[in-house]
Design a binder for this molecule. Structure first.
Ligand SMILES: Cc1cc2nc3c(=O)[nH]c(=O)nc-3n(C[C@H](O)[C@H](O)[C@H](O)COP(=O)(O)OP(=O)(O)OC[C@H]3O[C@@H](n4cnc5c(N)ncnc54)[C@H](O)[C@@H]3O)c2cc1C
Length: 390
C-alpha cells in the first residue's frame, strides 16, 4: 500500500488547488479523479470559457455567496480572489475582466485554465491519477485507507473535494457526502440552487435570445442582470438568481429597459410618431424582441391610441412571465446544502470530529451565484485545505 502525506479525492477546482497547495508546502500528494479528464464541470462554466473568478471586493464576494458566505472570512483572509488572479498570472495565464467583475482567460477557452492547473501540479510533483474512482474510505488508527477498484492508498491527511450533486454527468454524484456520513458527520439537506426557470410563456418567438442588463421582478425581489430565453423558459444569471425565491405558480415581471422610466419611454415614442413601431423598438431592444412586442399593435407609432401606448409601455416595462417550476437538482448549476459547517474548523477546513479529514469546495454547505463566485470559493477553500496549519 503506497502512502502519501496528502490524498485528495476529486479534481474539480477545489481538488486541483488543494493538490497544488499541498505539494507547494512540500507534501507528497496524490490526486484521484474518476473522470478521464480533469475539471470536467469547470470546463463548462462561463459558457465554456471558464469564469475563473470575480474581481470584486470582499463585500462583493460575500454578496455573491448567499449560501453561508460568512463562513469564508477566515478562508479569504488566507487566500482570496486576488490571490487567484495573481496565481494564474504568475503561471502564464493572461486574464481579462468582463461585466459584473467576471474574470476569464483572454483565450476564452476553459482548457487554458485547466492546463495551467495541471502544469502546476506536475511541476510540483503531484501524483495525478485520472480514471480512478475512490470506492471507499476508512480510518485505521491515525491513517485513512483510500480504496479504488484495484488499489489501496494510505494517508494522514485526506481532502474531500468531490463537489455537490448537480450535473452528476460531470462526476459530482455526492460521494463526499457519503464519506461525511460514514464518519458520523452531519450533511444538511441537498437542494437545487441557481436553477433555470420553467415558464408558461410564448417563448418560441424569443428562444435563443440573450438580453443584457434587464430586470426580473417578483414581489420584493428585483434582479438586474443578463437573461437568456431558452426552449423551456429562462436561464442566465437573472433567472438563476431569481430561482431561489420561486417554486412555480408565481408571475414574475420582465423589464426590458430598466434604464428608462415609463415617462421617458412615452416621451421617446412621442418623438417617433412617423416611424413604424417595429423600427422604433429595434433601437431599444434586439430585433426579434421588437418583432414580438410590436406584433399586437398597429404599424405606426402615430396610430397608437392612448391605451395602446400604455399597453406597449407596460409590455416593455412589466411583461408578465408565469413561472411553472424550475429545474431539478441534477439540472441546476449549483447544489445548496452539503457537509454541515458546524462540523468544520473555518480556519483549516478540517473536521472537528475526525482529525486529518478535510473538505473543500461545493461538497460543503456553501452555495454561490454563477459569475465566478462558486469557483472562487472552491479554489480558495482548496488552497486553504491543502496548506499546513500549525
Ligand atoms: C453548466 C454549469 C455552469 C457553471 N457556471 C459557473 C460560473 O459561471 N461561475 C461559477 O462560479 N460557478 C459556475 N458553476 C458552478 C461551478 O462549476 C461549481 O461550483 C464548481 O465546479 C465546484 O467545484 P468543486 O471542485 O467543488 O467540484 P466539481 O467541479 O464538481 O469537481 C468534483 C470532482 O470530483 C470527482 N469525484 C467525485 N466523486 C469521486 C470519486 N468517488 N472518486 C474520484 N473522483 C470523484 C468528480 O468526477 C469531479 O471531477 C457552473 C456549474 C455548471 C454545472
Amino acid at each position: 500500500m503506497t502512502s502519501y502525506d496528502t490524498i485528495i479525492i476529486g479534481a474539480g477546482p477545489a481538488g486541483m488547488m488543494a493538490a497544488i497547495s499541498s505539494a507547494f508546502y512540500g507534501n507528497k500528494t496524490l490526486l484521484l479523479e474518476k473522470n478521464r479528464r480533469l475539471g470536467k464541470k469547470l470546463a463548462g462554466t462561463g459558457g465554456g470559457r471558464c469564469n475563473v473568478t470575480n474581481n470584486g471586493s470582499l463585500e462583493d464576494l460575500l454578496e455573491g455567496i448567499p449560501g453561508n458566505g460568512r463562513f469564508l472570512y477566515s478562508v479569504f483572509s488566507q487566500f482570496d480572489n486576488h490571490d487567484i488572479i495573481r496565481f494564474f498570472e504568475e503561471n502564464g495565464v493572461k486574464l481579462k475582466v468582463e461585466d459584473h467583475g467576471r474574470v476569464f482567460p483572454t483565450t476564452d477557452r476553459s482548457q487554458t485554465i485547466i492546463k495551467a492547473l495541471e502544469m502546476k501540479m506536475l511541476e510540483l510533483g503531484v501524483d495525478i491519477r485520472t480514471d480512478t474512482e475512490v470506492v471507499s474510505v476508512k480510518k485505521v488508527e491515525d491513517l485513512f485507507r483510500v480504496r479504488t477498484a484495484d488499489q489501496e492508498f494510505a494517508t494522514g491527511k485526506l481532502i474531500v473535494t468531490t463537489g455537490g450533486k448537480s450535473y452528476p454527468s460531470t462526476g459530482s454524484t455526492g460521494f463526499g457526502h457519503e464519506i461525511a456520513r460514514h464518519f458520523k458527520m452531519e450533511v444538511t439537506d441537498l437542494e437545487a440552487a441557481e436553477s433555470p426557470i420553467l415558464t408558461d410563456f410564448p417563448h418560441k418567438a424569443l428562444q435563443g435570445i440573450s438580453l443584457d442588463e434587464v430586470t426580473l421582478r417578483y414581489g420584493k425581489h428585483v434582479i438586474t442582470h443578463d437573461l437568456l430565453f431558452t426552449h423551456f423558459g429562462l436561464s442566465g444569471p437573472a433567472a438563476l438568481r431569481l430561482s431561489s425565491f420561486v417554486s412555480g405558480g408565481e408571475v414574475a415581471e420582465l423589464d426590458f429597459l430598466p434604464q428608462m422610466s415609463p415617462e421617458e419611454l412615452a416621451a421617446y415614442l412621442a418623438q417617433q410618431r412617423e416611424k413604424s413601431i417595429k423600427n422604433t423598438l429595434k433601437a431599444l431592444v434586439p430585433e426579434r424582441v421588437a418583432d414580438f412586442l410590436a406584433s399586437d399593435f398597429p404599424e405606426k407609432v402615430k396610430h397608437l391610441n392612448p391605451s395602446q401606448t400604455q399597453a406597449l409601455i407596460d409590455k416593455l416595462k412589466k411583461l408578465p412571465i408565469p413561472i411553472t417550476g424550475k429545474m431539478s437538482l441534477a439540472r441546476s448549476f449549483v447544489t445548496k446544502g452539503g457537509v454541515d459547517l458546524r462540523e468544520i474548523n473555518p480556519k483549516t477546513l478540517e473536521s472537528k470530529k475526525v482529525p486529518g479529514l478535510h473538505f473543500a469546495g461545493e461538497v460543503l454547505d456553501i452555495n454561490a451565484h454563477t459569475g465566478g463566485f462558486n469557483i472562487t470559493y472552491c479554489l480558495c477553500t482548496g488552497w486553504v485545505a491543502g496548506m499546513p496549519h500549525y
